[in-house]
Design a protein. Structure first.
Length: 305
């Protein structure tokens, strides 16, 4: 009997997962090196959808110490990726909400301490490794800065040009119409339609202060269609920091979860995702962000993908 691969992937989410990476992984805190290793693991704690790094404890360039107190309670933000997916943790759920047994630790450098920013898992396959809070440090893979969270090697983003007629309406008002969309296909997520700004009624929309980041596409800025709640932060566009997202630089996409999307004259069903309702704007760094529009990555955020 054939197996639908997405079911295998979704079925693994409740488990503690890891995968070695060949990348040179570096983290720093306040200008002080915390780790520089070629032996990092990507780790997903149970119910987490985005990975973070675990590094060999012997290669840490900073100290570890037992926290002085019990630490603040970290709220859990749950969501369902799709109707056939198990309950998961929204990336807004802080690092300190661990779903695997282990010991939380402070990371100490010569000039700064990151409270609770390390976690020593109680798992034989991860013995000798500590997981580091992505939001607590500045990160590089080889010589390039990474944002939001490490890229998932099993998560793919493909962009394809299309001449099909794409129209987008909200509350009965046409906000975009084009034959020049770029279609973005992303693992386990709805197709996103990126539209040239000249084909979008930006005169009917307002720029939003909301920002999110996506490790695959960059930082996203948003637009709101005034009036209905569904119009809040309903459209976004990415900056130009990542060369591998160049096909969508400067283009605008909409949450088709909250708008009427017509492709080739056919009205599309609205997908049900974590973005079916507007997310709260959360200013700040990727460590305190909401999922990006395309993918559940954090403000990270992860603006849409």
């Amino acid at each position: 009997m054939a197996t639908k691969l997405s079911k295998v992937i979704l079925g693994a989410f409740p488990q503690l997962r890891y995968e070695p990476t060949a990348k040179r992984v570096r983290a720093s805190l306040g200008g002080n090196a915390v780790v520089d290793t070629l032996h990092a693991y990507l780790v997903w704690e149970p119910r987490r959808i985005t990975p973070i790094y675990a590094v060999p404890e012997t290669e840490l360039l900073a100290g570890l110490s037992t926290p002085a107190g019990s630490g603040a309670d970290v709220s859990e933000h749950g969501f369902t990726l799709s109707s056939d997916a198990p309950p998961l943790l929204d990336p807004r759920t802080g690092f300190g909400r661990h779903t695997a047994p282990g010991e939380q630790l402070d990371v100490v450098t010569a000039t700064a301490t990151a409270p609770g920013a390390a976690f020593r898992p109680d798992d034989p396959d991860l013995a000798g490794f500590v997981v580091l809070d992505f939001g607590a440090f500045d990160w590089r893979e080889d010589d390039e800065e990474i944002i939001g969270h490490p890229r998932d090697p099993f998560h793919r983003v493909d962009i394809r040009a299309s001449s099909v007629k794409v129209e987008l309406a909200l509350d009965g008002v046409t906000l975009a119409s084009t034959n020049g969309a770029q279609l973005l296909y992303e693992t386990l997520l709805p197709v996103r339609y990126y539209i040239p700004p000249g084909d979008v009624r930006l005169d009917l929309m307002q720029e939003s202060p909301k920002r999110t980041v996506c490790p695959y596409k960059g930082e996203a800025s948003y637009w709101t269609y005034p009036g209905p709640e569904s119009g809040r932060d309903v459209a976004w566009s990415y900056d130009r920091r990542f060369r591998d997202a160049a096909q969508i630089h400067g283009l605008i996409s909409f949450f088709n979860e909250r708008a009427d999307l017509t492709v080739g004259g056919v009205l599309q069903p609205r997908p049900v995702t974590p973005w079916s309702r507007p997310q709260d704007s959360r200013p700040g760094s990727p460590s305190v962000a909401t999922p990006s529009a395309d993918s559940p990555a954090p403000d990270s955020g992860k603006a849409p993908r």
